[in-house]
Design a protein around this ligand. Structure first.
Ligand SMILES: Cc1cc2nc3c(=O)[nH]c(=O)nc-3n(C[C@H](O)[C@H](O)[C@H](O)COP(=O)(O)OP(=O)(O)OC[C@H]3O[C@@H](n4cnc5c(N)ncnc54)[C@H](O)[C@@H]3O)c2cc1C
Length: 473
């Protein structure tokens, strides 16, 4: 099993050194968030991630989520861990105190997101979309809907999903087919199929609140006819209690590489009751509130996976002995692989990318808070422009670099190491080669070169002769 130590010190360093941002400091609501408070939060966050959540990564990988008689069962241990997770209030970290949240800034919740992504991404995904749904409902729904749904989502007793993708539409959402038929009481009946829905069903929460994009029967084709609907798995009574089952069912769990503990579902809507959120035909822009925050969190997933991959590669490179380094002083035995220049280069590359990403993410989190909460509209707009520019950058760059870093981590572990796929499994294919293959190829070419040009077979004399030949030429 991989090990993980949350980088609390590095996170606190950023919080203290980069927090002196003028516009961010002008936000009244975060004036009391001191370094001491953040230190306490991060230390507690480190404990739950290292002790309770980390083991769930391996368990989820070996015992994927399953669909049994129409009900999704999460891997063993997930239920108990989720119970503790919500009891300790981790779902509510950055939510509004008005709905039971702790009101922490995104600068702090982003650190927590990173730790959770490192510890177990599959487990994380069961609450990740809840926060996205919380943000979307909070920004676009009526007071009545907010008061009825948000406290339970913040508490973690209900979860949220984001239902966009369909068999006919992925990137191009204008093609969507899910229909919403208006009823005489103002609600809608939704019919259609959504695929690839993260945490579309699970056995962890009392209810699941699906945020679904669909086309009202009298709306135009394309993206201009898309509205957003809240569709609960179980109807919610006036007093907030959970009522009968709504017309949403799980067709299957998608088969995918990695994150097997996370149930990515096919959902069928058969006349399910839904409530419109925001304005008719403006659903896509409302959904963007959720998608944009989700994009940043997906970027942070790349960072979290990179961190655990780096930590385990570093530890392995300090204990594994193979081959001799160019500058070796030892006459017998092998050197630690961390002494090999290329392994050191890989590790330093990982470390510097991770630290840069964490700092950039902190900055983006600060600017997100400024864009949402600054009293001056011009300042809010400037920050919002920066966030719009950087959000796709963070999402794509961090996940692309996550691929590169986890691939390097697998190289360091060697392709056949039994644990090679563990810390890095969700995002990489087992490599067909490793760095040592390059070394062997290089040595073979070198040998043939030396033989061809009559330079002998000893490396040092050969190199001397090559230098002489090169100088002559
Ligand atoms: C693990 C996982 C979890 C997911 N969770 C959710 C979820 O919770 N909710 C949800 O709604 N969806 C979810 N999705 C679906 C995901 O959002 C879609 O896969 C994504 O939108 C892409 O759609 P697609 O797979 O149909 O690819 P397509 O849109 O069919 O694209 C196919 C290829 O064409 C390329 N392409 C498309 N358009 C262009 C263009 N204009 N220019 C250049 N290239 C283009 C794409 O980049 C891609 O390489 C999830 C997917 C996965 C794998």
């Amino acid at each position: 099993m991989p090990s993980y130590t949350a980088p609390v010190e590095d996170m606190l360093f950023l919080f203290e050194k980069l927090r002196d941002n003028k516009k961010y400091n002008e936000l009244e609501k975060y004036k009391e968030v001191s370094s001491d408070l953040v230190k306490d939060i991060l230390e507690e966050a480190a404990k739950i991630n290292q002790n309770l959540i980390l083991p769930l990564a391996k368990i989820g990988d070996e015992n994927p989520a399953v669909l049994e008689n129409g009900v999704v069962r999460t891997p063993p241990g997930y239920k108990e861990a989720y119970q503790k997770y919500i009891e300790d209030g981790w779902t509510s970290l950055s939510c509004d105190p008005k709905y039971g949240g702790q009101g922490m800034p995104k600068t702090v919740s982003a650190f927590f997101d990173e730790m959770l992504s490192s510890a177990s991404l599959s487990f994380k995904l069961y609450s990740e979309l809840s926060i996205g749904a919380y943000n979307c409902i909070n920004h676009h729904a009526s007071e009545e809907i907010k008061n009825r749904y948000l406290p339970k989502i913040v508490e973690g007793k209900w979860s949220g999903t984001m239902c966009l993708t369909e068999p006919v539409c992925g990137t191009d959402l204008g093609l969507l087919k899910t229909k919403a038929e208006k009823q005489s009481d103002g609600t809608y009946k939704l019919s259609g199929q959504k695929i690839f829905i993260t945490s579309g069903d699970q056995d962890l929460t009392e209810n699941i609140i699906h945020l679904v994009i669909a086309r009202a029967t009298d709306s135009p084709a394309g993206t201009k006819g898309i509205s957003l609907f809240l569709v609960p798995k179980f109807a919610v009574n006036e007093d907030g209690s959970v009522g009968p089952r709504n017309g949403v069912s799980t067709g299957s769990i998608e088969s995918k590489m990695g994150i097997k503990g996370s149930a990515t579902c096919v959902l069928n809507f058969d006349g399910a009751t839904g409530y419109m959120i925001g304005k008719k035909d403006k659903g896509l822009s409302a959904m963007f509130t959720m998608m944009n925050l989700e994009r940043i969190v997906v970027g942070i997933q790349g960072l979290g996976i990179s961190e655990i991959a780096y930590q385990n590669s570093l530890a392995y490179a300090k204990e594994r002995k193979q081959g001799k380094t160019n500058n070796t002083k030892s006459s017998n035995g092998a050197d630690l692989i961390i002494e090999h220049a290329d392994i050191r280069r890989s590790l330093l590359n990982m470390k510097s990318i991770i630290e840069g990403e964490r700092a950039l993410c902190f900055w983006l989190s600060q600017q997100t808070e400024v864009s949402l909460n600054h009293p001056n509209e011009k300042v809010r707009q400037e920050a919002s422009d920066f966030v719009s520019l950087m959000t796709p950058v963070v999402k794509s760059l961090f996940t692309d670099l996550g691929m590169e870093i986890t691939n390097d981590a697998m190289q360091i572990h060697g392709p056949d190491h039994p644990d090679s796929s563990r810390p890095v499994h969700p995002h990489t294919h087992p490599p067909g080669h490793c760095k040592s293959s390059f070394s062997i190829i290089f040595r073979t070419i070198f040998k043939h070169f030396c033989q061809k040009f009559g330079l002998g077979s000893k490396k040092s004399t050969c190199l001397m002769k090559i230098k002489v030949v090169a100088l002559d030429k």
